[in-house]
Design a protein around this ligand. Structure first.
Ligand code: S3P
Length: 419
């Protein structure tokens, strides 16, 4: 689908951001493992989270929607499936489910779409194998064949900061002999630790002991990674002033808010509250004329990894230079988010330079007048849309339908702010 976007009027009003994708995945997975029946409210309508849900149905879990975003799920015993379990486009599904299946008494095969089949799986195969898992891959990629076996705990020092690797190790630890601990260079998102604790697991920080989970209702906070497109749009579209409600502000995810402060952006976080072990708040965004460039590196990176494409758009409106370093893993996302981003943003006039581990952006006038390819990547599609809102001339985005992966409501919500 080709989507055309042109210069926007100021964004005004109020929106409620839909459910967090990471938390939605985990809510289904952990409720499926827990004893008893739970209600999950405000579940993501993104295709990725529905891949997780369908996969657990295939593993024998009973679940039903009560309305569009509310479902009940009855946890307990998983049963093996004779057919392959399809993870679609979702890396979180494949990496976390692999570890859940590694400790079962049956064998499974996990497959994914073309993009997921190109993504690295050795990062989870290695620690899980050290725990006794039996996983074979196609040269370190999906399809993965997992022969259920008895697992034992390890203390794992991960070479990369990754919530997916951490979650895989901790979830395997739920069902392993002895304790399991995980260390990483910088803290990554901690939704797994929070939700496991909420459901009764014996976990302290990133050390887990074999535990049983007990079903409890889960209310899912809004996704700050989805809110990021609106936050950036509000900061760069002249005259904008609006409120985003119900945004998850878990400190391991709020890198974007810290960076915006560093850049002089006007963002006001208020009405903080707790929801099922997470924290959420409302956020007011105002157009900011005097944005300034900054350096984003090291511990910043895991706290805003998914926001980097739209941060590149923001940086194009900031005085001076914005330098992104230590973000090599961006090349392993749904697309190579460094080279694809650089190639496409250049077409509309962004002064952006590719580096091995990131990119450098300088203040630019966005002329537009180009067609952009989103490489089947939902976050690139939405980042380009936000850039389109400040382009002098119309732009066209090819593959815009990929927004369905995390945020099907994206365009409707954006239009509600500028109409
Ligand atoms: C996620 C972790 C991050 C993130 C992804 C979701 C998760 O990936 O990019 O969109 O839900 O755990 P990595 O763990 O590979 O950094």
């Amino acid at each position: 689908m080709i989507k055309k976007i042109s210069f926007s009027k100021p964004l005004k009003g109020e929106i409620t951001i839909p459910a967090d994708k990471s938390v939605s995945h985990r809510a289904v997975m952990f409720s499926a493992l827990a004893q008893g029946k739970s209600i999950i409210r405000n579940f993501s309508s993104g295709a990725d989270c529905h891949s997780t849900l369908n996969l657990f149905k295939q593993l024998g879990i009973q679940t039903e929607f009560l309305d569009k975003k509310t479902l009940w799920i009855e946890g307990g015993t998983l049963t093996g499936s004779n057919s392959a379990l399809y993870c679609g486009n979702s890396g979180t599904t494949m990496r976390l489910v692999s570890s859940i299946l590694a400790g079962q008494s049956f064998s499974s095969v996990l497959t994914g779409d073309t993009s997921l089949s190109k993504r690295p799986m050795q990062r989870i195969i290695e620690p899980l194998t050290l725990m006794g898992a039996k996983i074979t891959s196609l040269e370190e990629h999906a399809p993965l064949t997992i022969k259920g076996s008895l697992l034992h705990g390890i203390e794992y020092n991960s070479p990369i900061a990754s919530a997916q690797v951490k979650s895989a190790v901790l979830l395997a630890g739920l069902n392993a002999e002895g304790y399991t601990a995980f260390n990483e260079p910088y803290p990554s998102r901690d939704h797994t630790e929070r939700l496991l604790k909420y459901l009764g697991a014996n976990i302290e920080g990133t050390r887990i002991y074999p535990s049983k989970l007990f079903a409890k209702d889960i209310d899912i906070v809004g996704d700050i990674s989805s809110a990021a497109f609106f936050i950036v749009a509000g900061l760069i579209v002249k005259g904008s002033d609006f409120v985003i409600k119900n945004v998850g502000i878990n400190p391991t995810r709020t890198g974007i808010l810290d960076i915006i402060k560093r850049m002089n952006g006007e963002v006001n976080v208020f009405n903080k509250r707790e929801l099922s072990g997470e924290i959420c708040a409302d956020i007011q965004i105002k157009y900011t004329e005097a944005l300034k460039g900054c350096i984003i590196e090291g511990a910043d990176i895991p706290r805003l990894i998914d926001e980097l494409p739209v941060i590149a758009v923001l940086a194009s409106q900031a005085e001076g230079e914005t330098i992104i370093k230590n973000a090599n893993d961006l090349r392993n996302k749904e697309a190579d988010r460094i080279s694809c981003l650089v190639n496409e943003l250049r077409k509309i006039g962004v002064n952006i330079e590719e580096r091995e581990d990131g990119f450098v952006v300088r203040k630019s006038e966005l002329k537009g007048n180009a067609g952009l390819e989103c490489y089947n990547d939902h976050r690139l599609a939405m980042s380009f849309y936000v850039a389109g809102l400040i382009c002098k001339n119309e732009i066209a985005i090819n593959g815009f339908e990929w927004t369905k992966i995390s945020f099907p409501e994206f365009e409707e919500l954006m239009i509600s702010l500028y109409n």
